[in-house]
Design a protein. Structure first.
Length: 369
């Protein structure tokens, strides 16, 4: 029986962690799992030490506020790894924490897999040396990222993007329309305000203003809000509907306004036209402008190496600009929409084939101790 210690510190990491645990169990039934994660990983049988509710923090000023608490969790994690003596350690994303963990425990000789790598190609390129020195196995979810690391002399594996394995809850589109009381003949605008509470609080007032502006042109517009786990939606208009399954939200919507993050790629793979936005805290924005070296914010544009979806960041995230960009995408015959969907088809082909979690699980299990 193999014992795994897994660390995911954010909701997306918990999602992928849950799927990966399920894939490992399908191959190695007697495996046990301990570590930090959320409800997805817990439902697959992992014993949760710290829930992601206590770990998911974004932004420089936000991290500073919680530093003493994170330091306590870090020290506790090191002690737990030493006492539990796992056969494998899997680090999922969450680089500020996980890279420090790898540095502290690599001398124990336990194989360390880093799944969903730090975006060293965007900023903090110095992290490359840490990954190379402290980790046994590096698994990327983007083909361009694998190529970037290989040019740096770092061996990285790419098995495809895990979103290719996502399936909607077994229900028909018609049932989803009925569930939300939507008219199948009228357009639906999906709002993804973010997966963290601080993102939702910052973005949602602007999104409500945007809906008002769009409805002056498309009065019959219906609104669906994608809600992430463990978040609280602010007071929303009575005719807005909430969907907690993101895949189901994408399959019935006409177009979407999406906070920059993994949801942008999920929408693209679902062939749902999008406008990407994001508003940082002032200090975080200053740091981003100074340190980030890539031309785009959304992973959709980064993978494509060109702007195939509009990005409205910081001062450009206004109801006027969001409305101007999303209105053409709600028209199924518009040139903007058709071009975007064609680009999404090319993007999907570049990300590999299905069965990604199973391939990753096999590669981790067969790592030599």
């Amino acid at each position: 029986m193999l014992k795994y210690f897994i660390i995911a510190g954010e909701f997306s990491g918990d999602y992928h962690g849950g799927k990966l645990i399920k894939a490992i169990k399908a191959i190695s039934k007697n495996s046990s799992f301990l570590g930090h994660g959320g409800d997805n990983m817990s439902s697959e049988g992992m014993e949760i030490i710290e829930h992601i509710n206590k770990l998911s923090i974004m932004g420089f000023s936000e991290v500073l506020k919680h530093l003493p608490r994170i330091k306590k969790i870090f020290d506790k994690t090191i002690d737990l790894i030493k006492t539990s003596q796992p056969d494998r350690i899997i680090l999922i994303d969450y680089p500020g924490f996980n890279l420090r963990i790898a540095k502290k425990i690599h001398h124990l000789g336990i194989p360390i897999t880093y799944f969903i790598l730090p975006q060293a190609w965007a900023w903090k390129e110095r992290r490359v040396e840490g990954l190379k020195q402290y980790c046994t196995q590096l698994i990327s979810i983007f083909p361009f990222e694998r190529d970037w690391f290989l040019k740096k002399g770092v061996k990285v594996q790419f098995f495809g993007h895990p979103f290719l394995d996502i399936k909607p809850i077994e229900t028909s589109k018609r049932k989803l329309f009925t569930k939300h009381g939507f008219d199948i003949k009228k357009p639906i605008l999906l709002l993804f305000p973010g997966s963290r509470q601080q993102e939702i609080n910052k973005h949602f007032p602007i999104l409500i203003d945007t809906v008002t502006t769009v409805r002056s042109t498309i009065p019959e517009l219906q609104i669906l809000v994608g809600q992430s786990p463990h978040t609280v939606m602010p007071k929303i208009p009575e005719d807005f509907r909430i969907e907690k399954n993101s895949k189901n939200a994408t399959i019935i919507s006409t177009a979407a306004l999406v906070a920059s993050g993994t949801a942008t790629l999920e929408c693209a793979l679902a062939k749902l036209p999008i406008v990407v936005y994001y508003k940082f805290s002032f200090l975080t924005w200053i740091a981003v402008k100074a340190l980030v070296k890539v031309p785009f914010s959304s992973i959709v544009n980064l993978i494509s190496n060109k702007e195939i979806v509009p990005e409205l960041l910081q001062k450009d995230m206004t109801s006027k600009k969001l409305s101007e960009k999303i209105i053409p995408l709600l028209n199924k015959n518009s040139k903007d929409r058709i071009n975007m969907l064609n680009n999404f088809s090319s993007l999907s082909k570049s990300l590999g084939k299905t069965g990604v979690y199973n391939k990753i699980a096999k590669s981790i299990i067969t790592q030599k101790s």
